[in-house]
Structures are given as structure tokens and as C-alpha cells.
Design a protein. Sequence first.
Length: 299
Amino acid sequence: MRHYIAKSLFALCSLSIAFVFTACSEDFPLDLAGMFSPQGETIDTRFAQSMSYNDSVGEIHLNMQQDNYTIYLCSDSHITRTRHALLSYFIQQYEAAASPKLAIHLGDLIDAQKNYACADSILNLGGRSINDTLFITPGNHDIYYWQWPLYRELFGTSVYWFDTNNGTQKLDLFICLDSAEGELGQQQMTWLRNLLEAKAKEYRHVIVFSHTHMWKLDASQETTSNMALEATYEFTSMLAKYGVDYYWSGHQHARQNVLYKGVRYIVLDATKDTERHPSYAIAHMSDHVDIEFVPYPEQ
């Protein structure tokens, strides 16, 4: 027993030392106090502020001019002040692609504090808005350590919806959820239920996207979190009830493709420079949704 306690204390000390060195790194300036205390506004606060922003800018309707278009998808770029080659490559590929198109980043844009400036230089965030064709959902790294005010300043909202049309008819509905803490909260769930009840039947495809994945199928990410069992049951039952086609997410850094109750749950690989098998995806939107996974070139 004493041997076990000694090993546990050694592991704890080693972990503490690792945190100290990590915190002193230029690329990973972590807020150690934030690891042991609340790290910012709650999901209900973020939801309320997002709804206020949405009301101020109005609804988002993208005219794609035709029925078919592409969506460039990436997740978990975890950029730092020196590591962002893959995200830069993704943006280059997206901007060079033929229109009509849009792009979605599925969260963990940055890795730690003080890296939003670097993200701004890559994405030109100051010149974009939520009404543009580059959309994002917050990951845990994006809002931890009291970073929600910065995220809100750059993107305005973490919960919203937009749709596409061909100029005369509605095409597809996209719903962005805030799952950055591994939970959705009842206010957001009620909003989602009401939105699906009112609009889901009007569209060719309904796609929900967020950061946190639903299914932990292996131990590739060790203790990475997903939602509680009861919340997962309620959420997946709701998506199935209203005929949602896809749930797109990241967080796990390992690709998944799971069909559950008629809903296809897709988890993307990471777009992180140090990842072993990074890739992004291209969703070809038509009467069917075909998803192509594209490996990044070796750095």
C-alpha cells in the first residue's frame, strides 16, 4: 500500500513539474490557477450572450446560386505562435477551391492563451463576420482560462444557425452548438428542440455541428471527455426524432463514422502540426452528402 502511495505521489509531482514547464513555454502559457477553479462563464451565460448577438445581426441565409456546393471542414488545429502550418494550408486550399463553398472549423482553433492574435493573422478574423462563409464552433481550448470574452469579441456567438438556398428554394440547415465544456445545458437544449420542431422539415439536409464528440470508441485520447450518458441519450434521441442527417464534431483527434438511429456521427482527425495522422474533410453537398477525407502533406 505504501509503495502504491509513493508511486502515486511521484506521478503527481511529475505531473506538477510538467505543468510548470509547460506554463513557462512561449507556445503554451497555461493559466495554472484556471486548472483548479472555474475557467470562465458557464454555458448558460454564453448561450444568453450568443442569443443577444444573434438577435442583433439577424438570420444568416447563404445563396449558393445552385443545388451543389462544397464545405471544407477541419478541427483541432491547436495553433500556437509558432505552430500553424496545417491550418494555413487548409485555408489556402479552401480559398483556392471553386465556388460555391463554405468552411467550418469544429473547435480548438487555438491551443492556449495569447494565441488568438496568430489565429487572426491566418484567418483575417478582423475582416470577417458570422455572416461570411467561414464558420466556427468553440472548443474547450478556445474558451478555457477565461478566454470567452476574446472568443466573443472575434466571433460574436457560440450558438447559432444558418441555411443555404439556390436562389429560389431552401437547401440545407446548419446548427452550431456550444459543447466546449462537454455539456449543452438545458437552455441550449430547449432552443435546439424548438428550432428543429419549427424548421427541420423545410430542408433537404439538417446538419448539427459542435466540438465535443458523442462516442468514445477507443482509448486513443485517453481521458478526453464526452457528454454524460443521460445527456447523450437525450441529445441523440432528439436528433433522431427530428430527422437530423449528420452530427459533425472533433475533439477526439481520431476519425469516427458512426450511424446511430439514422443519424451519421462524424468525428474529424486533427489539423494540428504535431499530429501523427492529420487530415481535413470536404463535404460534397447535393441530394446526397459525400464526405471526402484529405490527408495533409508531410511537413
